[in-house]
Design a protein around this ligand. Structure first.
Ligand code: CP
Length: 317
């Protein structure tokens, strides 16, 4: 590790808060934590006595579970609240929920919420650190970081790569975090999808908008498909899933245009046969489950760095 470097972030709200040095430091820290998950006893005492609350107002499999596993592997105490089991169902506001959580003195609150900006709001009403685990259509920073770690591990670099992201860019917080992160590290990000799924101004984040999926994946080093976020759409934005699959689904024929060693990625959950064919999702170029494995390591790194792990102790790591 660079001994001059200091991680200075109390909250993790979006990839845009990070410098290139921050991102590489998080990825390097995550990389150093990976072997803990392969030990017989998968536990180190470095966050003993710390309290982490996972406050999820939207469904999640990967993110919620990997934050919990990450915290437990570092001996923190973790507690989970979901929307359906919280007093939000009785009309309690987000701010009141935050104040009540603060009264129990957690060190970190990891929050997922349907409203873009809700983790930012929480930081004004709570002393604990906040980690954004996905806010509406805004950002999903830990997903962006685990995607960067996965590409870095498989390609050895990010600078100069072509990343193609296909699908529902408009409603995807993953797309925004990935565009900001990969371009900050010197990759180019090319996006394609139905016109109704390409939001105005996405080029201002650094993405190149392509007219066709063929153009986006041409010579791409990475091809990532996104799920259609139907829970964020009031009106139908595509004629049918079958037509979407024909024109925008990732299949072997389309991948003939990409590099032979292109990586296939998807943040999950996958709708097989819609945004990606099963033979691609499960094929030799797929690193989708590596993304999930890296999610634990990245979230261990974030919890550790926020709680000042390097200052406090690296004993027992
Ligand atoms: N990638 C992702 O956020 O998955 P979950 O919704 O299952 O957490």
């Amino acid at each position: 590790m660079d001994t001059e470097y200091a991680f200075r972030h109390r909250h993790i709200l979006g990839i845009d808060q990070f410098s290139e040095a921050d991102i590489y430091h998080i990825l390097q820290t995550a990389g150093s934590f990976k072997e803990i998950s392969n030990r017989t006893i998968k536990k180190v005492p470095i966050l003993r006595g710390k309290t982490i609350i996972n406050l999820f107002f939207e469904p999640s499999t990967r993110t919620r579970l990997s934050f919990e596993i990450a915290a437990k592997r570092m001996s923190a105490d973790t507690f989970n609240i979901s929307a359906s089991t919280s007093s939000a169902t009785k009309g309690e506001t987000l701010i009141d929920t935050a104040r009540n959580l603060q009264a129990m003195n957690p060190d970190i609150v990891v929050m997922r919420h349907a409203y873009s900006g809700s983790p930012h709001l929480l930081t004004k009403h709570i002393d604990a650190s906040i980690i954004n685990a996905g806010d509406g259509t805004h950002q999903h920073p830990s997903q962006g970081l685990l995607d960067m770690l996965t590409v870095l591990e498989h390609k050895g670099k990010i600078q100069g790569l072509k990343i193609a992201i296909i699908g529902d860019i408009a409603h995807s917080r993953v797309a925004r975090s990935d565009i900001l992160g990969f371009t900050k590290l010197g990759a180019t990000v090319h996006v394609a999808g139905p016109a109704t799924f390409i939001p105005p101004g996405i080029d201002k984040l650094g993405a190149t908008v392509c007219r066709t999926t063929k153009e986006a994946v041409e010579d791409a080093d990475v091809v990532m498909a996104l799920r259609i976020q139907r829970e964020r759409q009031n009106d139908p934005l595509i004629p049918s899933l079958r037509e979407y699959a024909v024109f925008f689904g990732i299949n072997r024929k389309l991948l003939e245009n990409a590099r032979k060693d292109t990586l296939i990625m998807h943040p999950g959950p996958i709708n097989r046969g819609v945004e990606m064919n099963p033979d691609v999702a499960d094929g030799p170029q797929s690193v989708i489950l590596d993304q999930v494995t890296n999610g634990v390591a990245v979230r261990m790194a974030l919890l550790y760095l926020i709680l000042g792990g390097e200052k406090n102790s690296t004993d027992g790591k």
